[in-house]
Ligand binder design. Structure first.
Ligand code: BTN
Length: 255
């Protein structure tokens, strides 16, 4: 991407979010890693770090996140929760709803949420979210890292089978600003639960057959619902119910 375009995009984003320290990078290892460095070096909050491309984009469960230039929105929001890290336990789920709403508002596309916080469109993943936290000299920071695919034209074939995209008509700068505005209420008032209805309504998993792994044990069952903290309520064939708080599920094809 020409440097002038990036500067222009950063300028528009800064104008849309005047209270946020916006940092733009043509290329960086990972915007989440850079957010940690910004916290360590400058201690500023809120900040928004975005990059045209990432060389070491990181996903959940230690996976990598493919982040080629000009075809995605890769950014991290750095924030200091006033009531400490324990207060923001549900930010992972709230972030999925915030991004879903911003995509709907900016691109006119309705995505679905696959627990915990992947967004799907037309059966393919279009967005992944990696939430991390750190404490520096007693000051807590939360980092919400978001990767959205706008096109997958440059993706290797094996990735294209799973990864979807929103389309190039979706304007990256506007989308990033809309995500920040949609997420902000859940960072400043983490007790809010007005993301829950949307989370449930647009869940891709409620009522579906799912597989999950807890403490190394693989189990199968049905996803029953989402509890008030975003936990996934599941039931195995023998009637045993439990609520999943962390980890990942796989959707199973129902016969
Ligand atoms: C996942 O799907 O497992 C989560 C992917 C999160 C990717 C985003 S891209 C911006 C930010 N920087 C990173 O290194 N990761 C997140």
């Amino acid at each position: 991407m020409p440097q002038s375009n990036l500067i222009q995009e950063a300028g528009l984003l800064q104008a849309a979010l005047p209270e946020v320290a916006v940092r733009a990078h043509a290329c960086i290892d990972s915007t989440n890693s850079e957010a940690k460095r910004v916290a360590q070096a400058e201690g500023i909050s809120p900040a928004l770090i975005f990059a045209d491309t990432q060389t070491n984009g990181r996903g959940r469960m230690g996976r990598s996140f493919f982040s080629p230039a000009q075809v995605g929105a890769y950014f991290s929001i750095l924030y200091t929760p006033e009531k400490g890290l324990a207060s923001v336990v549900s930010v992972t789920s709230a972030a999925a709803v915030a991004v879903m709403r911003a995509i709907r508002e900016t691109c006119g596309i309705q995505t679905e949420i696959k627990w915990v916080n992947d967004l799907y469109y037309e059966g393919r993943k279009v967005c992944g979210i990696l939430c991390e936290s750190l404490t520096l000299e007693g000051k807590p920071y939360v980092i919400v890292g978001i990767g959205i695919n706008l096109t997958t034209a440059d993706f290797p074939t094996e990735l294209r089978e799973k990864a979807g995209a929103l389309g190039t008509a979706c304007e990256r700068g506007k989308l990033i600003a809309a995500v920040y505005r949609a997420l902000e209420p859940y960072l400043t008032a983490p007790d809010r639960r007005d993301w829950l209805d949307d989370y449930r309504m647009h869940s891709a998993v409620i009522g579906k057959a799912v597989t999950w792994v807890q403490e190394g044990v693989t189990e199968q069952g049905i996803a029953l619902g989402i509890d008030a903290d975003g936990g996934l309520e599941v039931q195995t064939a023998d009637g045993k119910k439990q609520t999943l708080r962390t980890g990942e599920i796989t959707l199973r094809l129902q016969k």
